[in-house]
Design a protein around this ligand. Sequence first.
Ligand code: PLP
Length: 366
Amino acid sequence: MITGKNGHGIRVPIFKTQFTGNEEKYVSECIATGWVSSAGEFVERFEREFAKYIGVKYSTSACNGTCALHLALLSLGVGRGDEVIVPDFTFAATASAVMHAGAKPVLVDIDPITLNIDPVEIEKNITKKTKAIIPVHLYGRPAPMEDIMEIAERHGLLVIEDAAEAHGAMIGSMKVGSFGNAAIFSFYGNKIITTGEGGMVVSNDGEAINRASLLKNHGMRKEKRYWHDVVGYNYRLTNVQAAIGLAQLEKIEEKIELKRHVAKCYDRLFSSSGFILPSEENGTRNVYWLYWVMQASDSDTGKIMEKLASKGIESRPFFYPLSTMPPFFRKGLKNSVNIYKRGLCLPSYGGLTEKQQEFIASVILH
Ligand SMILES: *Cc1c(COP(=O)(O)O)cnc(C)c1O
């Protein structure tokens, strides 16, 4: 039994880390060879293999997804005076990284069924100052990248995908993270694959990745040690983290298939429940980072969450719309504000049994 934050016992957690591959072997190699800091072969191998998996030419790792997003923005030249379009319904890091870069996040509304950014709302919010769009593939479901890229091209805007929750999600034969000028991923403990804390910037733009790599390493020239042309950061991933990441990446398709299996089972259990469910558009692959259910009418999920908790099942509310919180206030966003109270995320880890899922569904439905 795991003890939750509230002190009650939790028998079915929302997420479980799974280390079923070469994690220990690779970490032992780091310790045996002494390469535990940010130099070492696993960093390069993980970066190379991850870029290959996503289908992009270049990548550079970072200490977490938020730093990766900060680096992506800076390396593409986004900064003071720029506006960046961000969905209102996402984890706060999407918007705070924009502010770290000195730019202004412009929150726009979402599609109330897919929960992803609405291209029509993007277009309405473009101004002379708009420099970039950050679509988020929320809860593992691909955002409508074809429409977003078309809008970006027509207006001369950059696109940085926040794929922190969507490793391996696809549109057609392309992975998310390969559509925009750059994309970022997170390897936090509960993401599709993890390095504990960690992140990655990927891009087909070699110069952008070189700049990101320079900035994350104190702005220090590669060929001239202790020479700094710019003010940089220390945003590096360690070899130990990369060792775990490489082992996780070797098993990523297995992990995604397990998650999709869990999602299909929930789909069946809730099919005639009246809940709005996550699904996938034709020709896309949702990786169901977190499976959610959303009440069709305007009622609170608090009661359902309490019921689940009393049976030892952990669940999680939707994100608060960013526009409702002090650092990001913006008035007039309707869909995000309308849906956030109606949804909740359910245990979604690969290996959850159908029996457990049936139990979870019965608690929710009765
Ligand atoms: C997790 C997450 C991030 C930030 O990643 P960290 O590695 O936790 O810094 C950014 N955006 C979204 C949508 C996330 O879910």
